[in-house]
Every structure is written in structure tokens, then in C-alpha cells.
Write a protein that binds this ligand. Sequence first.
Ligand SMILES: CC(C)(COP(=O)(O)OP(=O)(O)OC[C@H]1O[C@@H](n2cnc3c(N)ncnc32)[C@H](O)[C@@H]1OP(=O)(O)O)[C@@H](O)C(=O)NCCC(=O)NCCS
Length: 170
Amino acid sequence: MLIRPWQTGDEHLVEAAQRNLSPRSIDRRFLAGSGGRLPAFYLRHLAAGPRPEWDAQVAVAGGELCGWAEYGRRPAASPAADLAVLVADPWQRTGLATALIRALVHRMIAAGVRTIQADVSGANQASNGLIRALAGPDQSPSYEDGLLRYTFDLSLVPPVPAPIPAKAFG
Ligand SMILES: CC(C)(COP(=O)(O)OP(=O)(O)OC[C@H]1O[C@@H](n2cnc3c(N)ncnc32)[C@H](O)[C@@H]1OP(=O)(O)O)[C@@H](O)C(=O)NCCC(=O)NCCS
């Protein structure tokens, strides 16, 4: 499993990765009914590549994209960024989201990000559990527009790549 920064052309890996993404996972990522496909606007957004407003970290195995974590912010120099992650179904619960986010943290710090925001559905146990596992069990989100909004300091997330557990390698 290779965890590396986003490279131009990775949008094609994302398109191919859809065969390993359940509609449930896509719906949870985009907080909306997706019809089982990644939204077209999102694929266009990815194709624009890394830029001050957006960057990502990807996990690749055998030429397949297993998951990616990304941050986005406006304006481009904002110290607060939204964080999102999507792990393809066969690799979920193997520590991959944790490893991706930890690998992204030092790049976010270098880019001037200090605060992470994440909006998640209260019904999404996986993402609520992930945030608490990363930022600490005392995280208490606010309630915004029907979603839970977590806001926490980037320094709470250990900025070192977590070792990927052996179960990730099957
Ligand atoms: C949420 C998501 C990114 C988690 O990815 P993952 O690689 O499975 O997460 P990890 O294996 O790193 O799990 C880290 C911790 O998160 C929590 N967690 C992860 N999945 C969980 C689940 N299904 N139920 C409860 N807790 C869960 C656990 O505390 C876990 O630690 P543990 O395995 O030692 O108990 C993944 O389920 C996913 O892509 N879901 C669809 C998209 C989405 O909801 N994205 C988040 C909103 S942007």
C-alpha cells in the first residue's frame, strides 16, 4: 500500500475506483443521494489538481486507488479547512483513513492550515468514530443545518503516518 500526495492524473484512478465504492459510502461522503456515482461536479473539481484551496493524499495498491483524504478551504490562505475522506469498501476498517489523514496533516500545517472542520451526519458512526479516534474522545460537535460540525485544532492529530495494520494487506 503506497500512501502519497495527490498527483495530476489521479482523477482517472478515482473514476476507476468507483467499482469499489458502494452507494452507501458515496452517499455518506457527499451527504446526499448519489445514485451510486461520484458527482460530476466533484470529478471536475478533482481534475483541477492540487492548488492552494485544495489538496489530497491518496492510497494506492496494485494500481488501484483504495482511498483518499482531502482538504479544501476558501479563501486559499484560510487557516481553517474542511477535511473529507473516502475509503473504498474493501479497505474500510483497516486503519486506512487514519493513515491517510495523519500523512496529510504535516502538509496541511506547511500550507498554513491550523483548524480542521468536518460536517458529518449523526447517523454516520464510522466518521464520528474516526474523528474521535483522531482528535480525542472529548470532541463535542455543534449542530449546524441538521449535521454535526466538528471543529478542532490540527495539532490534536499526531502528524506522523500511522503504521498500516497487517490486516490492511490481506
Ligand atoms: C468513515 C471512513 C472514512 C472510515 O475509514 P476507515 O479507513 O474505515 O477508518 P479507520 O480504519 O482508520 O478507523 C479508525 C477509527 O474510526 C472508527 N471507525 C471506523 N469505522 C467505523 C465503523 N464502521 N463504526 C464505528 N467506528 C468506526 C473506529 O474508532 C476506528 O478505530 P478502530 O478500527 O481501531 O476501532 C469510511 O468508513 C468511509 O469512507 N466511509 C464513507 C465515506 C464517509 O463517511 N466519509 C466521512 C465523511 S467525509
